[in-house]
Design a protein around this ligand. Structure first.
Ligand code: ASP
Length: 347
């Protein structure tokens, strides 16, 4: 029987680790990961949802600070292998790098037609005031939500503190609040109150083509975060990072940088040497608009490309994805400036 003609939703929970599945270890004096069985024992009510669940747990579970591009590939392979048997996927993940994983998966899973909902929590599942219970239960409901025989949210997304965000638009912005994520440049896909209100006009359309999973990522990138007073030595060191094929340059406001001659020369030299330089803004809201000010027009003339309103997380993972695809430099530059999975607004 295929997922489309079954009535009981079937969900695969992929447990990677994170605070959601941690307990305080008195001996170590730190939080340490626990297995999925202990998580399930803490939220017995998930049984009442009436779904069929299977669990795939990372062994050992990891703090998300230790998630790597190889982990994204592992996740993509698990989803590919189980794609036709399940209606949706819930990935339990540490919140720290969740937005990177969600962004990477969005690029790797082309023509995704089922929900991949990442969630976690700020407080471990065993704590009385934990946010894990609500986050996990609602993430499961979203993963199971259908309209006719189609998933309501055929996207990689993050559910956290009553809000569902597009994964490649999300950012962890708060280390303490339950409301740990936001998506400054794109509205929430759904909000959970008494009911879950889906904003269908903001959700990606159901794809007509079969899922295509890309399993190659290339990490040969570097990052240059500008600040007033940055020295030429620092700038050139980043541009001369061995093996780097692309640099994400984090600029100010709508994409502005210093017009000191040495800086302009360094940028030109780097581009001449073959580097792709992508301009994204340090602001969480708004976009790069190359040429709006004199302080960005020369960047455009030098060949720096615009990352528009890409988050840092989406810029890093999109570059890793494109560099891994065996594309020409001009195609990488073109696709970097094209929205592939709803990650950027270019008009
Ligand atoms: N350090 C944890 C992690 O990202 C924090 C969390 O889960 O919220 O794995």
């Amino acid at each position: 029987m295929t997922a489309a003609n079954r009535t009981t939703p079937r969900i695969l929970i992929i447990y990677t680790g994170g605070t959601v599945g941690m307990v305080y270890d008195d001996v170590l004096g730190t939080l340490r990961p626990i297995g999925f069985k202990e998580i399930r024992d803490n939220i017995p009510e998930i049984i009442r949802l009436g779904y069929e669940f299977q669990v795939h747990a990372f062994n050992p579970p990891v703090d998300s600070s230790n998630m790597l591009p190889q982990s994204y590939i592992e996740l993509a392979k698990i989803i590919e292998k189980n794609y036709h048997q399940y209606d949706g996927f819930v990935v339990l993940h540490g919140s720290d790098t969740m937005a990177f994983t969600a962004s990477a998966l969005s690029f790797m899973l082309e023509n995704l037609g089922k929900p991949v909902v990442l969630t976690g929590s700020q407080l471990p599942i065993g704590e009385i005031r934990t946010d894990a219970r609500e986050n996990i239960i609602t993430a499961l409901e979203i993963a199971a939500a259908r309209r006719g025989n189609k998933s309501l949210v055929p996207e990689v997304c993050i559910f956290f503190d009553y809000q569902l965000f597009r994964g490649n638009r999300s950012k962890k912005y708060n280390a303490e609040k339950f409301e740990a994520f936001y998506s400054m440049n794109y509205p929430p896909l759904a909000e959970a109150g008494i009911t879950i209100k889906y904003q269908r006009q903001f959700i990606l359309k159901h794809p007509e083509l079969p899922l295509k999973v890309h399993k190659k990522l290339n990490q040969d990138i570097a990052v240059l975060r500008l600040y007033p007073g940055i020295t030429q030595t620092t700038v050139d060191a980043v541009f001369q990072t061995p093996n780097a094929r692309a640099v994400i340059m984090e600029t100010w406001g709508s994409g502005n940088a210093s017009t000191q001659q040495w800086f302009i020369d360094s940028v030109k030299k780097a581009i001449k040497s073959g580097l792709i330089i992508v301009n994204i803004t340090q602001c969480d809201g708004g976009a790069v608009e190359l040429g709006r000010y004199e302080t960005s027009k020369y960047l455009q003339e030098a060949g720096v490309i615009s990352g528009y309103d890409l988050t840092f997380e989406a810029a890093v993972t999109k570059l890793m994805f494109l560099l891994g695809q065996n594309l020409s430099k001009s195609d990488i530059k073109r696709l970097m400036q094209t929205s592939l999975r709803g990650e950027m607004t270019t008009d």
